[in-house]
Design a protein around this ligand. Structure first.
Ligand SMILES: [Zn+2]
Length: 93
């Protein structure tokens, strides 16, 4: 039986996933997904892979959250103050 993190790494190696996608596929809470992601970033790095974050983007003005360090979806756009923000997505390459 593979661990949850190994399953997450497999899913992320096969394609781009958001935390919501992973939570649905693995039947866990989204906040649980986020807590695993930082561990996954470290463990894949030691195997010469990388957890790539495709940054959130504001759906109103197009602002890209490319400097953001946290994995969670930002609540609000700093440029237009809009709250329609696309989720960040993740992939292991
Ligand atoms: Zn905006």
């Amino acid at each position: 039986m593979r661990t949850l993190r190994q399953q997450m790494i497999t899913l992320l190696s096969h394609g781009v996933c958001s935390a919501r996608d992973l939570s649905q596929m693995l039947r866990i809470q989204e906040k649980e997904v986020y807590s695993h992601l930082s561990h996954i970033a470290r463990s894949v790095f030691s195997q010469r892979h990388r957890l790539v974050v495709i940054p959130s983007q504001c759906l109103v003005c197009g602002y890209l959250f490319d400097k953001r360090k946290r994995f969670t979806r930002p609540g609000r756009c700093p440029r237009c103050k809009g709250e329609r923000i696309e989720e960040p997505r993740f992939q292991v390459v």
